[in-house]
Unconditional design. Structure first.
Length: 122
């Protein structure tokens, strides 16, 4: 577990999570059926969306990376993490800065049929 004092010193805020966040965190951690039954909860089905976009024409990678970093810098939710290890109450930590690197794949020279988005890693 990270030292919570070090996390707090590099963060914009450290908050006890809400009841809804606690339920989502708990279900994401996938407790066993016995624990779910005891608490009267149903197993959760988690859905995460993927976003794949195929770009045509020249790409200014530096400008794209700077724009994505600006989006992350502008929205505290995208700079948040959750800590629950060895804590009485799980906490949401909003960090001052989170690097937002892009993962780029150039498939222009790949052999085979199909759209590049169809071959995107999932």
């Amino acid at each position: 577990m990270a030292d919570i004092r070090a996390v707090r010193s590099s963060s914009a805020g450290c908050f006890e999570i809400s009841a809804m966040q606690l339920v989502l965190l708990f279900r994401t951690l996938r407790p066993d059926k016995e624990t779910l039954d005891r608490l009267g909860l149903q197993p959760a089905v988690m859905h995460f969306g993927d976003w794949v976009h195929v770009l045509a024409g020249p790409l200014d990678i530096g400008a794209l990376e700077a724009a994505w970093q600006h989006v992350v810098d502008s929205h505290p939710l995208l700079r948040s993490s959750f800590n629950w290890d060895d804590l009485e109450h799980p906490q949401q930590i909003v960090h001052d800065h989170v690097p937002a690197p892009l993962e780029l794949h150039d498939w222009r020279h790949q052999a085979g049929a199909g759209h590049a988005a169809d071959r995107a890693p999932r």
